[in-house]
Write a protein that binds this ligand. Sequence first.
Ligand code: NDP
Length: 240
Amino acid sequence: MAKNVIVTGGAKGIGRAVAVAFAKKGCNIVLNYRSTVPDELIKEIEGCGVECLAVQCDVSDFKQAELLVKASVEKFGTVDVLVNNAGITRDKLLLGMKEEDFDAVIATNLKGTFNMIKHTSKVMLKQKSGSIVNMSSVVGVAGNVGQANYAASKAGVIGLTKATAKELASRGITCNAIAPGFIKTSMTDVLSDSVKEGILANVPLKRLGEPEEVAELAVFLANAPYITGQVVNIDGGMIM
Ligand code: NDP
């Protein structure tokens, strides 16, 4: 089992579940957050008998991402797992989508993932070990109306995952992507009931996913040394 884990965007939603799942497996957690992190989450993680370092950082900022990785190494010595979870949406139909809506989503979802991989891979290359798990989306695989920016960012994450997997494989470092469907978090809470009904019509398992289900998959991929460069869908059967 990996020892020291960085989770970006770990204060809520899927990131929070990922951080808690790794802590329950005995891993120390570097909990990255952008705005705030609840004290009770840090206590919950520490209650698993591991250490938690909470670091504020906007992953879209190259320098801040570098400082996040530096702080992680200073505290724990190694980075065994990086989970690139931080992500945003700015949904609009193409005609109404502003340049800043496109740039903001690419900056966090794609460039943020690159920033974290860039700085962490130096540490992992020295260690000759490590696992990277990137949060993509079914929307990055299949596209979606009103999400041109988000779909482009998440498709980009898939390309980045595969290139990284190929570059780092010779040093024993794996890199995989998770493509969740619709998961119960604040990102999907904002959807209207009619939109949710429309989504569920295309989900064979007829329910939204739980953050904890995605977290279990992240733990599995981070501890699967012969799986790399893969995109694993967790979507109730939306894409087969
Ligand atoms: P939430 O909105 O619940 O949580 C996202 C987290 O990312 C927040 O803690 C947020 O912090 C943080 N974050 C956003 N931007 C940055 C940044 N620039 N730097 C650091 N942290 C940041 O989303 P989910 O938990 O639903 O989503 C998690 C990931 O899973 C995302 O990448 C998302 O795209 C992906 N995903 C989610 C799906 C779903 O149905 N929920 C489906 C497919 C993929 P703050 O609140 O402070 O801004």
